[in-house]
Write a protein that binds this ligand. Structure first.
Ligand SMILES: *Cc1c(COP(=O)(O)O)cnc(C)c1O
Length: 454
């Protein structure tokens, strides 16, 4: 009777005694190597059972590869050449140097997070950000939570739990990633009162819905889609006068959080936070990491009485910002105190303001470096500013269109797995390297990454 080949497999302990293991143990630690060896032996066992082939010893090459894969962090730095400046899957807005440094300092050293250094008294961690929001936006007050979804939930929960919130059917949107207005409303404990139709909601529809159960009127910026043609919805000023007449606060969820006018970058129609406040909205909600160009955060600005009520909600503690994010947000907002500085320092603003002629010059330079290895041409195109949960706005751009022999999908995969990883966009059989989302200082690294895999 032939001997059971499974018995010939060495034990984990025996494998670890092999001199070939020493280098790996030095590099990865004994526990990780043991884990990789165990997994490799399991694979050998499975192969033997199915293929019934004679055992060979576990393969050191495979163990080493397994260890490298285990050691690689899931969060890797990438070059965003998708053209989408605010790419949710790639972390949305990159921070300004000042903001990143502030987050670093907050992470490494103790700081006056909840302390007034003059008096030595305790002070709200929101103090600094609140003052900046007041100065920048002319807001009565302001506060910050983890993201705009949290801002919506806490505002509705505090101000409308068990009561009705009036929303136009045209604004019952899904922003992406599970942010659906009706579901957020349900999660907050507020009761949704839908009015109007998908394309038409009139001021009269709002007025008819107001009753003793009404807590709020909510307007939601549609963000990622537009209805064209026969449409109508009252503007924020009309909603504010209606709200005042009936003593119902109006909340404006503007989403992207433009602090400057993005029309100058060819993005008309992005609601500006300050305008909404000027029109009289009682509260305005927006994200920190979209057009504002800061860290992930949700900002709530508006009437002191409402902001104070929200801050007193016990749930606030579960949604408040940590010290690193708060420091990064503070530093980002501080840049906006000098708008010309914001344009130079905040990456989102900087990326969106590069003229296409400049992008073309950079693209030509990269093409000349990779010429001969692949069919590559630099040409003008358009790209979205945000993907998924962000505005549907497009901006002009310049792309390097590559037509690799191996096919677009295979080539894009190679780019993703390169060092550094490069994220591209595929259109019409070509792999596009879009420079709209690439800071100029990354061009040479990008060219090197491309050359390496070509
Ligand atoms: C993006 C967006 C949100 C969600 O913001 P997060 O910061 O991603 O939580 C909410 N409302 C509107 C209108 C948005 O555009």
């Amino acid at each position: 009777m032939p001997e059971n080949p499974l018995r010939q497999l060495p034990s984990v302990h025996q494998v670890l005694e092999d001199p070939a293991a020493f280098g790996l143990i030095e590099r990865h630690g004994r526990a990780a190597v043991a884990e990789a060896v165990r997994a490799e032996l399991d694979d050998c066992r499975r192969r033997l059972k199915t293929a019934r082939e004679k055992s060979d010893a576990p393969l050191w090459g495979q163990i080493a590869t397994r260890l490298e894969r285990m050691a690689a962090p899931a969060l890797r730095r990438v070059i965003n050449a998708t053209g989408i400046v605010l790419h949710t899957n790639l972390g949305r807005a990159p921070l300004a140097e000042e903001a990143a440094q502030a987050a670093y300092d907050a992470a490494r050293y103790p700081l006056s997070l909840e302390l007034d250094l003059d008096s030595g008294d305790r002070r709200s961690r929101q103090h600094g950000v609140r003052q900046l929001l007041q100065r920048l936006l002319g807001a009565e007050s302001g506060t910050a939570v983890n993201n705009c979804a949290a801002a919506t939930v806490i505002a509705l929960r505090t101000l409308a739990m068990g009561r009705e919130v009036i929303v136009s059917r045209g604004q019952l949107v899904e922003i992406g990633g599970g942010f659906r207005v009706p579901e957020i409303m349900a999660a907050s404990g507020a009761i949704l009162r839908e009015i109007g139709t998908t394309n038409i909601t009139r001021l009269g529809d709002y007025e008819e819905a107001i009753g003793p159960q009404t807590a709020l009127i909510l307007r939601v910026h549609q963000s990622n889609f537009r209805i064209h043609g026969f449409t109508q919805s009252p503007d924020i000023a009309d909603l504010v006068s209606l709200g005042r007449k009936h003593n119902v606060p109006v909340i404006d969820d503007v989403g992207s959080g433009a602090l400057v006018d993005y029309a100058q970058f060819g993005l008309p129609g992005e609601p500006m936070v300050a305008e909404s406040l000027r029109a009289g909205a009682d509260l305005v909600l927006f994200s920190g990491d979209k057009l504002l160009g800061g860290p992930q955060a949700g900002l709530i600005v508006g009437r002191t009485e409402l902001v104070t009520q929200i801050e007193r909600d016990p749930m606030m503690r579960a949604m408040r910002l940590d010290k690193m994010t708060l420091a990064a947000l503070d530093a980002t907002l501080r840049l906006y105190l000098r708008p010309e500085l914001a344009l130079q320092r905040i990456p989102v603003l900087k990326l969106l303001s590069v003229p296409t002629a400049e992008l073309k010059r950079r693209a030509d330079a990269i093409v000349s470096q990779i010429a001969g290895r692949v069919s590559a041409v630099a040409r003008e195109d358009v790209t979205f500013v945000g993907g998924g949960s962000l505005p549907d706005q497009t901006v002009p751009t310049v792309v390097i269109a590559l037509q690799p022999a191996e096919g677009d999908e295979a080539f894009a995969q190679k780019l993703r797995c390169g060092e550094p990883a490069v994220l591209s966009r595929i259109t019409g059989g070509a792999v596009l390297i879009d420079l709209r989302s690439v800071p100029a200082e990354m061009d040479s690294i990008l060219a090197t990454a491309l050359t390496a895999i070509l």
